[in-house]
Design a protein around this ligand. Structure first.
Ligand code: ATP
Length: 676
């Protein structure tokens, strides 16, 4: 048992009065300073680091709220102080080691973000401790470096991984633990040997997202159990006091946006927190301020529903045109929409992924343990019991690990997909594939990727479906233009949603219009095709758009075993359901009754809204598929939406784009009575 020592009471840190311009000036341990500059090419602190390090490195324990815009370096802002203070304890402190249990917990809302933080932690822990060699612990994870010349052992526990091996690692001791909330609570409840009596730091990263994903109660339970364990350790005299560490737990809450709920959490989970903001303002924001990087260019395209699919392809073609090395993230509102877009754009009318179901079964083998994390992380991105976002049906290709798909629609470009209904190996493969791709790459995803993920060199963000909340808008576009780099964001809007521009401009965002025509122009093949002007140019791209759309429709309808139809239909339904989940303040803009369902169906390459299609589908289904369909049919039927839509829809608005509305062929005509 480590020797029990009494630490001196902390003195008040210099609260928010000092901004260090270099890491040594902030007082960061020289070993870490050296490691940052020589191994990680990080020479100067970012604004949020400049302001937070002097506070967090100080031997105090005041709770802190870190607020800074996306991509501003918040991860190092909390990791460096924790490491610094653990290292400070090394000199002459007996009993340091993994047997002390968990000293710091970092909670992240998604598995991908947790893994990313673990990676950053590992890179920092490769610093050279110098001096006499400290005992090298066994790494806590296979991903950890083979040996650390210090005693600090990092580890990760997240949904989707095997609990048994996690338990074994926790039993041995993990000093800095990165976790997702559901899995952490699970271990706190069930893993007896998980030692948290010595916990000194708790970081709630992406706090706003933790709340939006419905983790509030989980967080409350976690805090309660940590308190119980700490009291038990105190009573048993097991708590080790180290002068360099906080006497009580220091809680650090990080967020790019601080809305009421986050402030409420800060009040509940933190004690008299100090707000540290990158802009140096000392207090919590008075109103809900949202900041985006100034170099991030924001655009919108007003696109009628029935032209959405082809316009998206036009935009992606423009972004991935030869000579441009793009990395584009396309956000949709549901897992099913991600599956649909990835499949239909990736397939080029030809090759439906027939092997996918089998792979899914194998990949998902240990996923029964992770129902909670799955649900929180992606089954309901941004949703609640009442507001499902992409929960209803498992996608047919949910399990495929073959994430990097080529597409004939976009030369030399690879497509990936990421959402919460995918099994963990598929999510990891997509993340790695997109991150490492040296070719133009497009990632279709739900908001599972919107928060905190530091995907390198993302050039453009496309919000194909509007965000459920303006904060999601900020987080989504924050995946580009990180750390001073250039970046562009494009938002698709229906003509009926134009009022959303007022919301964005109300936050002082500068948004510029892109024309549908200009994007459709990219569909015209051949030298100078896209540049042809006037009537001739328009005719050419209208024809190209019509051909492309018809091709998509044929691809969906010609599939005899109906999996494409099902995929499109599911995506349609999830899309409309997700549309009904916008925050109350924006619901008058994004109201499901404003949707013209026939036109929305077109954007899923369907000729009619699914309520009609489902009856024709029924005839083709037999056996278990028919049973599954009956189950699916028990869910709220689209006819309800349709009835409402019939009352309120104003189809004229859908054609408010001038030329594009005059598109020939299937794109312009009203709903057909018969399929082709
Ligand atoms: N001082 C620094 N100098 C150079 N690069 C840095 C510095 N600090 C952080 N970075 C890099 O900046 C990128 C963004 O950092 P990070 O992911 O921590 O941002 P963030 O503020 O957490 O963003 P988000 O709110 O989107 O989660 C990372 O690639 C990180 O390695």
């Amino acid at each position: 048992m480590p020797e029990v020592r009494v630490a001196p009471r902390p003195t008040a840190p210099p609260l928010g009065t000092f901004s260090a311009s270099t890491f040594p000036e902030a007082g960061l341990n020289p070993l870490l300073c050296n490691h940052l500059s020589t191994k990680l090419a990080i020479t100067l602190p970012t604004p949020i680091q400049r302001r937070s390090l002097p506070v967090l490195l100080h031997p105090g324990e005041r709770d802190v709220v870190l607020q800074a815009q996306t991509g501003s370096g918040k991860t190092l802002a909390f990791l460096l102080p924790i490491l610094h203070r653990l290292i400070q304890a090394e000199a002459g402190t007996p009993g340091l080691g993994r047997n002390l249990g968990t000293l710091a917990i970092i909670l992240a809302p998604t598995r991908e973000l947790a893994k990313q933080i673990e990676k950053v932690l590992d890179s920092l822990l490769k610093y050279s401790a110098g001096g006499p060699k400290a005992p090298a612990p066994t790494p806590a994870t296979s991903a950890a470096p083979a040996t650390h010349r210090h005693w600090i052992v990092p580890g990760i526990v997240i949904g989707g991984e095997k609990k048994k091996s996690e338990k074994a690692r926790l039993r041995k001791g993990v000093n800095i633990l990165v976790s997702t909330p559901g899995r952490l609570l699970d271990h706190l409840k069930t893993t007896q040997a998980f030692e948290t009596g010595n916990l000194r730091w708790l970081v709630l990263d992406e706090a706003d997202n933790l709340l939006e994903l419905g983790f509030e109660e989980t967080l409350r339970d976690i805090l309660k159990l940590l308190e119980v364990r700490k009291n038990a350790a105190d009573k048993a005299g097991k708590r080790m006091d180290v002068p360099a560490w906080p006497v009580e737990r220091q809680t650090i809450l990080c967020s790019a946006t601080i809305q009421d709920r986050v402030q409420k959490l800060a009040q509940q989970a933190l004690v008299d927190p100090q707000f540290i903001r990158a802009d140096g303002k000392p207090a919590a924001p008075e109103k809900d301020e949202l900041a985006v990087p100034v170099q991030l260019k924001q655009s919108y395209v007003v696109c009628p529903a029935k032209l959405r699919l082809v316009t998206l392809v036009g935009l992606l073609r423009q972004l991935s045109s030869p000579g441009r090395t793009c990395k584009v993230i396309v956000f949709t509102s549901s897992c099913d929409s991600v599956d649909f877009l990835h499949h239909i754009i990736g397939s080029g009318y030809k090759a439906p992924a027939r092997h996918a179901k089998k792979e899914n079964a194998a990949d998902g083998a240990d996923d029964d343990e992770d129902a909670e994390e799955d649900e929180k992380n992606g089954g309901k991105p941004g949703g609640t019991e009442e507001t499902p976002r992409g929960t209803d049906l498992a996608p047919p290709s949910a399990g495929t690990l073959q994430t990097g798909v080529e597409t004939p629609h976009l030369a030399n470009t690879v497509l990936f997909k990421l959402h919460g209904n995918l099994p963990q190996p598929a999510r990891a493969a997509a993340y790695a594939g997109f991150t490492k791709s040296t070719r133009p790459a497009i990632l279709f995803c739900t908001d599972v990727a919107a928060r905190g993920l530091d995907l390198p060199d993302v050039t453009e963000i496309v919000q194909f479906d509007p965000p459920a909340d303006v904060r999601d808008y900020v987080h989504r576009i924050g995946r580009t233009a990180r750390l001073g780099r250039e970046g562009r964001a494009i938002l698709f809007m229906l003509p009926s949603e134009l009022e959303y521009l007022d919301v964005l401009r109300g936050h002082s965002f500068i948004v510029e219009e892109m024309k549908v025509d200009a994007l459709l122009g990219a569909l015209v093949e051949g030298e100078g095709g896209a540049k042809r002007r006037g009537k001739e140019g328009r005719k050419a791209y209208e024809q190209a758009a019509t051909d492309l759309h018809m091709g998509f429709e044929r691809f969906v309808l010609a599939d005899l075993d109906v999996s494409n139809v099902e995929l499109a239909q599911k995506a349609f339904k999830s899309h409309v359901r997700a549309y009904a989940t916008h925050v109350a303040a924006e619901r008058h803009i994004f109201h499901v009754r404003k949707l013209h369902l026939g036109h929305v169906a077109k954007s899923f390459a369907l000729r009619e809204a699914p309520s009609d299609i489902s009856s024709s589908l029924g005839a083709k289904l037999k056996g278990p598929d028919a049973k599954a369909k009956r189950e699916a049919d028990k869910k709220p039927s689209m006819s309800m939406y349709k009835r409402k839509a019939a009352v309120q829809t104003n189809p004229a608005n859908e054609f408010g784009d001038g030329g594009a509305g005059k598109m020939p062929g299937g794109l312009v005509r009203k709903k057909r009575k018969t399929g082709r």
